[in-house]
Design a protein around this ligand. Structure first.
Ligand code: PMV
Length: 325
């Protein structure tokens, strides 16, 4: 087999967060989550299986990847090889259309694009649900990047994880997410490590898990009504609860920097002055604000002193760009 395929997937930001696993080996989440896929921040990945290659290889933004990243990709390719019944190694080339140095590079777009490119190159044609289940094995958030716009990740109940996948939430709501990349600083705790440590040591972890069902319902209902205040309020609460559970771990897992808190305060001030904006933040220091098209420039201007900014519209689903299998 010498199949080759190229796919593109956009990153997504969780409004109701995923934090904690119910099964580490299968990468099953302890909670469901709900996200917005973003326009303009995407990963393009090609996978070429090659009967003559002695091992898998990975070029990231044109540079050979470090062994850790390569190992993670090779283990993911093993899943695809097992499913397709093939043995060939692959050459993988992956590039982001946004500056990786800004620290926004996301495993979500990366594993969604890889799941699509690798399966098509291997001659497989998975449906969306199967793709989402597979992408989840690479990274929990990647399961959501198979879809455009709003998507909800199901926690699922089954031990084999076949009911743990994302589904799209149909909506024509033209919402905006403003991103401010703050400091680049030292590498933060990887999400998998931060989640494990939180689950093992934080007295707030159980409370965090208990809240998630209600937060998901609130967010779903708010999206159906186009109720920005309700969606913003639950977005901010879910983010802060997630970080509170991590900060209460022993020792603490802290992703906030000074600039993160400053961004959060700027967003609170905007709200006091009548501009609708709500804060969220992931396993890193960058600030994200949920708002609407009409106010996106004002929000961006207010956050611009933190660093480089982007105004993101809802983005498209993952797609195959080229296939030669
Ligand atoms: O998918 P992972 O393992 O990169 O974890 C994502 C964790 C958060 O970004 C903090 C939350 C989320 O739901 O995306």
């Amino acid at each position: 087999l010498n199949g080759k395929a190229t796919a593109r997937a956009n990153t997504n930001i969780a409004l109701v967060k995923y934090w904690g696993k119910r099964d580490a080996a299968l990468n099953l989440p302890a909670v469901g989550s709900l996200s917005l896929t973003l326009e303009g921040l995407s990963t393009r990945t090609s996978v070429a299986f090659d009967g003559k290659a002695a091992a898998d290889s990975l070029l990231l933004n044109g540079e050979p990847a470090d062994p850790r990243a390569l190992g993670r990709i090779a283990r993911f390719l093993d899943l695809v090889r097992a499913r397709a019944g093939i043995k060939e190694h692959a050459r993988v080339e992956s590039a982001n259309d946004f500056p990786t140095a800004a620290g926004l590079a996301s495993s979500a777009s990366a594993f969604a694009a890889l799941a699509l490119a690798a399966t098509r190159a291997a001659g497989l044609s998975l449906d969306d649900r199967e793709l989402s289940v597979l992408a989840r094995r690479g990274s929990g958030s990647a399961a959501r990047s198979i879809f455009g716009g709003f998507a909800e990740m199901q926690r699922g109940q089954r031990a084999d994880g076949e009911d743990s996948f994302a589904t799209p939430i149909a909506s024509d709501w033209d919402i905006r997410l403003v991103i401010a990349a703050t400091v680049t600083g030292p590498k933060s705790t990887l999400s998998t490590d931060g989640m494990r440590h939180t689950a093992e040591t934080s007295p707030y972890y159980d409370a965090w898990v208990r809240m998630s069902e209600a937060d998901l319902k609130t967010a779903r209902d708010a999206i159906a009504r186009h109720d920005l205040e309700a969606l913003g309020t639950v977005t901010e609460a879910s983010c802060l609860s997630m970080h509170a559970s991590a900060m209460a771990a022993r020792p603490a897992v802290v992703y906030f920097h000074g600039a993160t808190i400053e961004g959060w305060r700027i967003i609170q001030e905007l709200r006091k002055s009548g501009i609708p904006a709500w804060f969220t933040c992931d396993a890193g220091p960058h600030v994200k604000a949920l708002t609407v098209a009409k106010h996106a420039s004002e929000v961006e201007q207010a956050l611009a002193r933190l660093g480089r900014t982007w105004i993101c519209k809802p983005g498209p689903r993952a797609e195959v760009l080229e296939v030669n299998a």
